[in-house]
Design a protein around this ligand. Sequence first.
Ligand SMILES: Cc1cc2nc3c(=O)[nH]c(=O)nc-3n(C[C@H](O)[C@H](O)[C@H](O)COP(=O)(O)OP(=O)(O)OC[C@H]3O[C@@H](n4cnc5c(N)ncnc54)[C@H](O)[C@@H]3O)c2cc1C
Length: 325
Amino acid sequence: MQTGWATDPEVRFAGASGGVLSALLVHILDSGDVEAVVQVAADPDNPISNRTMIGKKRADILAAAGSRYAPSDPLAEIQELLATGRRYAFVGKPCDVAALRALADERREIAATFPIMISFFCAGVPSETGGRAVLQALQASPADISRFRYRGQGWPGRATATLRNGSERSMSYHDSWGGILSKHVQHRCKICADGTGKAADIVCADAWDCDASGYPVFDEADGVSLIVTRTKLGDRLLNEAIAADSIATKHFRIERLAEIQPGQRERRRALFARLLALRLAGCPVPRYRGLRIARAALQNPARRNLKNFLGMLRRVIRQRLSYRG
Ligand SMILES: Cc1cc2nc3c(=O)[nH]c(=O)nc-3n(C[C@H](O)[C@H](O)[C@H](O)COP(=O)(O)OP(=O)(O)OC[C@H]3O[C@@H](n4cnc5c(N)ncnc54)[C@H](O)[C@@H]3O)c2cc1C
């Protein structure tokens, strides 16, 4: 693990954090490791939602930089991409990459077509209702806007709607993610065991600074990404990008990880109690292997586990009652 940023100031500014992920993609394209990149960017027809795009040059990568806190489906077209005979770097949520890696382990042509898999830490994806709620808070309607970014253009960057008349309305990351979007995270994400991209070659995240009490601070600053290389290939790609002066890095003390990513630590610890509640309520649950979720739950006080258990049970009951109503 290291922290780092894109040495190209434009890429660093456009990125969600330090633009490392985008700088790496530009480098991989330039070096010929792949011919194109599978990425997610704003849907021009509905700028709060996403569409998958194929990036072939720096301008495409820049256009897709930044985090999109709305549903995305970068796997939807992999069958068509197989038929092109090209080699792609794939960027997706941890769940997308876990699925693609599992498929690549089974099918050699998938591994050959998508030789590089990149992800980011993910606290869960808000439904599109979240994006609409941000727009409403900005007193703009979906029909009024020509562009929308959830963050980026600074670190963390503001959620910004560009209206058709060219004016902008924006709110801070603290207000958009903390106050609105995080409340719209989908159920499937609340029972996700891996928000840290365990199946990817390289994963990026926010390397937040912390205040005196150890909590992340979201004051605007020059972006810094946390970079986790998880495979030999990931290591090689990062080292080559550093050698080519595309990315600058700094040492990171791994003990700081839990401090700057409290959400990721809590999600793993909460999972056992949440799954237990779902099982008792007769709901289907995913089967997770090798992720030590029972051991993670033991790191939580019993009171916290009980709270997570009851919280999930309450949500199931509320949902069933609303279906009946
Ligand atoms: C839903 C969501 C939740 C996140 N939760 C956390 C978290 O808990 N902790 C944390 O540290 N970081 C989280 N991040 C990641 C963080 O916001 C940055 O993406 C990360 O720090 C990398 O920054 P960067 O500047 O290096 O990447 P950039 O250079 O900005 O590149 C971002 C890349 O991610 C792709 N992308 C953006 N949104 C999506 C999407 N919805 N689906 C698929 N691909 C997408 C873009 O196409 C682009 O290639 C989250 C991001 C998302 C989208």
